[in-house]
Design a protein. Structure first.
Length: 135
């Protein structure tokens, strides 16, 4: 996205934040960066991209991190692919793995899949919004 002036809370603003999270999700991991944190940013990118589509369509949404819930709110004429719907698995990264606890560590393969799904959702949302006449 360019550095043009963007209205706060607009679909473009939501997308700007989604792209930022997507970049953070793509940082190369090292011994100081937890894969769980990178996957959190993948989830956030997807969540914000979906909220951008909802805002662009004038659809209110609840305060939620649940990707499935956001997908179910999409208008009938906006049909996400199976891949986009599959991003609902990212919801677990929103809360469960963000804090220390008793859970299986995220693997590099899981991180790569989380990033791939998030990138697909963000690019899909960008295409939906660019295709709309009133944004």
């Amino acid at each position: 996205m360019s550095n043009e002036e963007i209205e706060p809370g607009s679909p473009k603003d939501w997308l700007r934040h989604a792209f930022s999270d997507l970049e953070l999700a793509h940082i190369a991991p090292n011994e100081k960066i937890l894969l769980e944190d990178l996957c959190f940013h993948a989830q956030q990118a997807s969540e914000k991209a979906l909220k951008a589509v909802l805002v662009a369509n004038g659809i209110p949404y609840p305060k939620t991190h649940n990707i499935r819930t956001l997908l179910e709110l999409l208008p009938q004429d906006v049909t996400p692919s199976q891949e986009i719907q599959g991003a609902s698995i990212l919801t677990d990264y929103a809360v469960i793995s963000r804090y220390p606890g008793d859970f299986e560590p995220v693997t590099e393969d899981e991180h790569q899949e989380a990033f791939r799904l998030a990138e697909a959702v963000v690019k899909w949302a960008e295409g939906i919004i660019k295709g709309m006449k009133r944004v």
